[in-house]
Structure formats: structure tokens, C-alpha cells
Design a protein around this ligand. Structure first.
Ligand SMILES: [Fe+2]
Length: 295
């Protein structure tokens, strides 16, 4: 492999891209089952369980674990699991509990009810924290399922590196447009006269200091302003086509109690769900500034 970090994502280095692409596609899991790792207790992984999770993340930027902790609402489960995978710094927002691990469930009556994650509605394709400022880039997301819904609440998952490959293969100009620093702008959020969050302009695709690809994206049309030029519009249309096609690159499944997803903030959706007295969906979500790593 090339020595220069991030060369694969440099439009001027076609050879590096082709070498990385070939390896990536050859190793990419063919089925959701290949992503699944059985672990006894996520709080205390064995070295082989940990290696298996890291290996899936290296291939597909995500791994799914099954464990025997179904129904246990202990927040130490996601926290300690993250720590064993190099995930230390949690992104806490004002809606998360103080500890930065958000319990995603249908809010009864609170501010949370205004935000889709705390409702039972479906959520379109996005990466987490796309509205964050660059110094709070969300590089990894951990979802841990305490309880499932009565029905629905499935996730679709797409490795953002696969989205990049599909777009670059279609037309490298799509990549150029989506790497522009002003490709997408999240308007300021106002709370009365006060700026709750300033406007955030940034790229869709970026490459970090370690040479890893990061993606910011949402398919939502509200609260986002796309650069209004032909190249950006064409790239977005191509990306929407990739995301809406029933593709073998997209994994689909539902987290059952005791299961979880570890990811380098891949693209994902959520289908609507219905709770019942017996099955009231509760997912813990932790967002981190680090990528999954052995370190
Ligand atoms: Fe999300």
C-alpha cells in the first residue's frame, strides 16, 4: 500500500485510489452476517472478541455484536465497550444525559420530542453529528440495544467508503464537488434571539490527519443549505440514486436486545417503529471524536 496517508482519496492520484479500491472491495463483507460478532459481555471483551470487532471495522467501518446482556439498562455496557475499542471522548449535546450517552426512546413530554431521534418516526440517510463544528467531528458511533420495539425500528447501513467509491467511479467530479469546503451549510439554530448553534459550512467528504475518509451528510431537506451550483446538484442526485437503489452494499437489520453496532459513523437510516407495553424501544447512543482503533 502507499505510504502517503489519504492518497487513495486524492483525485490526482488515480493509482493510489485504484489500489485501495481493489483491496477494499475484495475484503468487503458480502452479507450482514459477516459483520456479526458474538461476545459474552461487551463490558469485558476477550482478546479474540475484540480482534473480531476491530477486523470488521477495518473492512467495513462497522461491526455488530450479539451479547448476553439483553434488557440490562447499564450504561457501562456501551461506555466500557467503547473504551476497549479506542473510543474515549464522547460528544455530549444538551439533549444527552450528562454522561454523553443518549437514551434513544420515544420521549413522553419534553424538548426531546421535537427531535426525530426521540420519536418513533423513520429517519432518512445521514451520518451522525453532520451539523457539528469541525472540532467536534463525530468519527465513531456506538448503538447499544437495551430493548426493541414491538415492530419496526430497523436500520439500513452503508459504509461511507463504498458511497465514495460508487460516486468516484461514476464521475470524479462528484467527489470534487462534495469535498468543497462550502458544499453544505447547516443554518444557525436560533432559540428566540439567541444563537443556539452558529451556521456550519463544510464539506461532505473530508480526509483526516490519519488519512481516513470522513463523511457529513443528511438526506433531510430541512435545516440544510446545499451549494447552489450544477456540480453540487449533480453529485447530490447521484448520491441519492446510490442510497435509494436496493443495493447489495447496503446492510439491513434490526438490533435486538443485547445487540449493538460499532461504527466509524457510517451512513444509516431508521425505519418507523411501534412500541407496545412489552416492547418499548430503548437504544443507547454514544458518539465519539475518535475512530474505532486498537489503541
Ligand atoms: Fe443517526
Amino acid at each position: 500500500m502507499d505510504a502517503r496517508a489519504g492518497a487513495a482519496f486524492d483525485l490526482a492520484d488515480e493509482a493510489a485510489y485504484q489500489a485501495w479500491r481493489a483491496t477494499k472491495l475484495a475484503r468487503f463483507p458480502k452479507t450482514l452476517a459477516e459483520l456479526v460478532v458474538e461476545v459474552r459481555d461487551p463490558r469485558a471483551l476477550s482478546s479474540s472478541e475484540r480482534q473480531a470487532l476491530l477486523e470488521r471495522c477495518a473492512r467495513a467501518n462497522m461491526a455488530i455484536y450479539m451479547s448476553g446482556v439483553a434488557g440490562d439498562p447499564d450504561k457501562e455496557i456501551p461506555r466500557r465497550l467503547g473504551l476497549q475499542l479506542g473510543l474515549r471522548d464522547l460528544d455530549s449535546n444538551y439533549l444527552a444525559d450528562d454522561d454523553g450517552i443518549s437514551p434513544l426512546a420515544v420521549a413522553q413530554r419534553s424538548t426531546r420530542g421535537e427531535f426525530i431521534p426521540y420519536t418513533n418516526r423513520g429517519i432518512k440517510w445521514h451520518t451522525d453529528g453532520y451539523y457539528n463544528p469541525v472540532e467536534r467531528t463525530v468519527r465513531a458511533v456506538l448503538l447499544h440495544c437495551v430493548e426493541r420495539a414491538e415492530s419496526g425500528g430497523e436500520n439500513e447501513l452503508l459504509d461511507h467508503e463504498i458511497a465514495y467509491i460508487r460516486l468516484r467511479d461514476l464521475d470524479p467530479r462528484h467527489i470534487r464537488a462534495l469535498m468543497a469546503g462550502d458544499a453544505m451549510t447547516i443554518p444557525a439554530r436560533m432559540e428566540g434571539d439567541r444563537i443556539e448553534r452558529p451556521a456550519q459550512a463544510g464539506p461532505v467528504f473530508s480526509v483526516d490527519a490519519g488519512g481516513f475518509l470522513h463523511m457529513r451528510y443528511t438526506a433531510r431537506a430541512v435545516s440544510i443549505e446545499w451549494k447552489n451550483d450544477a456540480a453540487t446538484r449533480a453529485a447530490l442526485t447521484a448520491l441519492e440514486d446510490i442510497l435509494s437503489a436496493a443495493s447489495s452494499w447496503v446492510f439491513r437489520g434490526r438490533l435486538e436486545p443485547g445487540m449493538g453496532l460499532v461504527s466509524n459513523n457510517v451512513l444509516h437510516t431508521r425505519t418507523p417503529f411501534t412500541d407496545s407495553a412489552r416492547h418499548r424501544r430503548l437504544i443507547y447512543r454514544a458518539r465519539y471524536y475518535q475512530r474505532v482503533s486498537a489503541g
